[in-house]
Design a protein around this ligand. Structure first.
Ligand code: PLP
Length: 289
């Protein structure tokens, strides 16, 4: 962490240790807010347009209206300033932006008109999971206990937190969530699996987050003439998986080589996984905007 460690809160750039929001902030009291995480390589944020679109969609979905003059693109500009201020223009970093419904006396209904959303933007040094990406990671299955709007990137992450912690306590990298007999996604990742030779993933609906990495990878697969079948993988098909991998902004393509202590395929990262891992790495290296 850079010693300066400057963040942005509600119009001010200041050291993280001095940054404050009210105890009445609705993000604190209700988890009433949304967020985005972007990958930054050598000062260039990756897939900004997609992240901004998703943030707009999350804001609309929870009915938060930004203050006049604010926009996701402006938050990314603030992020660029923070990258400079924190000497993060070289190497790997993440850019975090969070918007809550503002700060007001606790009541479930929306605040009265005139209460501005709280805006928080920060950046941090990031180290990719390079070793695990080579060896492959263990995962577990876990019930998906989330609400029915998982397509919105909200701060309400308690079921994700609990499932992720269970995975961690069992020595696993990720928990693959199961709802109605199908694998939906991970607690912080989407997934792809190979069953009977075809690449499958859960369709983009209200039960998963429409991951930016998921959609970048879908396009890269299409460029390689690899067909993607968006038919969810049933739990009964898990023993037939020959390859499995997770995708995410900070996870890239992460092979899963063990699921619930049983090997996936031959227990090593699969061929298709390796190929997609390579093309995503190339895209990250050349991409950014
Ligand atoms: N699914 C969930 C629940 C997530 O929280 C995330 C990222 O945080 C993802 C999927 C992956 O999305 P992205 O590729 O946009 O990082």
């Amino acid at each position: 962490m850079d010693p300066k460690d400057i963040v942005y809160v509600n119009g001010s750039f200041l050291p993280r240790a001095e940054a404050r929001v009210s105890v009445e902030d609705r993000g604190f009291v209700f988890g009433d807010g949304v967020y985005e995480v972007l990958r930054v390589i050598n000062g260039r944020a990756f897939a900004t347009r997609f992240h901004n679109q998703r943030l707009e969609r999350s804001l609309d979905g929870v009915r938060i209206t930004l203050a006049k003059g604010d926009s996701p693109a402006r938050f990314v500009e603030i992020g660029r300033q923070l990258l400079k201020d924190n000497n993060l223009l070289q190497g790997e970093a993440t850019l975090y932006m969070q918007i809550t419904r503002g700060s007001t006396t606790r009541a479930h209904n929306f605040p009265p008109a005139g209460i501005a959303p709280t805006v928080y933007v920060s950046v941090a040094r990031f180290k990719p999971y390079s070793d695990l990406a080579q060896s492959g990671a263990p995962a577990i299955t876990h019930p998906d206990l989330r609400w029915a709007r998982c397509d919105l990137k909200t701060l309400n992450l308690l079921p994700n937190v609990l499932a992720s912690q269970t995975a961690n306590e069992r020595g696993a990298f990720e928990a693959m969530l199961i709802r109605d007999g199908v694998v939906t996604e991970g607690t912080k990742t989407n997934f792809f699996g190979v069953v009977n030779g075809s690449l499958r993933t859960h369709p983009s609906d209200n039960h998963i987050l429409p991951g930016i990495t998921r959609s970048v990878l879908r396009d890269l697969a299409r460029d390689l003439s690899i067909e993607l079948d968006e038919t969810p993988i049933k739990t009964s098909e898990i023993p037939k998986l020959t390859e499995l991998f997770l995708t995410g902004t900070t996870t890239d393509v992460m092979p899963v080589v063990k699921l619930d202590d049983k090997p996936v395929g031959n227990g090593k990262p699969g061929e298709l996984t390796r190929k997609l891992q390579r093309v995503l790495a190339e895209s990250l290296a050349s991409g950014g905007d």
